[in-house]
Design a protein around this ligand. Structure first.
Ligand code: FES
Length: 125
């Protein structure tokens, strides 16, 4: 199901926006400030991922300096510019991507791609 998660005009590069998706699970939207694979928006720079670490489910945080998503529990690191790939373990899987679309000034989450959100048996709402 589509869910409005941000206003396009309020996004700032490097400043993440937290939301929940598909239901109460924490997720994060980031304008990376440069065109990236799978990015949307005027510069192809906006991406979103489940923010639940694929190792044991801790919520990851965005480190603007490295432009990475980092897990505070056991230090897994994920690269939002590379589809949420895990680039440092112990997680063995990347973060599931949240599909986005833009309508006018609204950014909507429309689905989950690339794996199950941590703790779920199904990504449907
Ligand atoms: Fe994230 Fe362990 S829960 S690295």
């Amino acid at each position: 199901a589509a869910k409005k998660v941000a206003a396009l005009s309020e996004l700032k590069p490097g400043q993440p926006v937290s939301f929940t998706y598909p239901q109460d699970e924490t997720a994060v939207l980031i304008d990376l400030g440069r065109r990236v694979s799978g990015g949307i928006g005027p510069q192809g720079s906006i991406v979103a991922f489940s923010a639940l670490c694929q190792h044991m489910g801790c919520p990851v945080t965005f480190e603007a300096g490295r432009s990475h998503l980092v897990c505070p529990c056991h230090a897994s690191v994920f690269d939002p510019a590379r589809g949420g790939d895990c680039i440092e373990g112990p997680s063995t899987r990347g973060l599931p991507r949240i599909a986005l679309k833009i309508e006018g000034n609204a950014v909507f989450a429309t689905g989950v791609a690339g794996g199950l959100v941590y703790g779920r048996g199904c990504n449907r709402t």
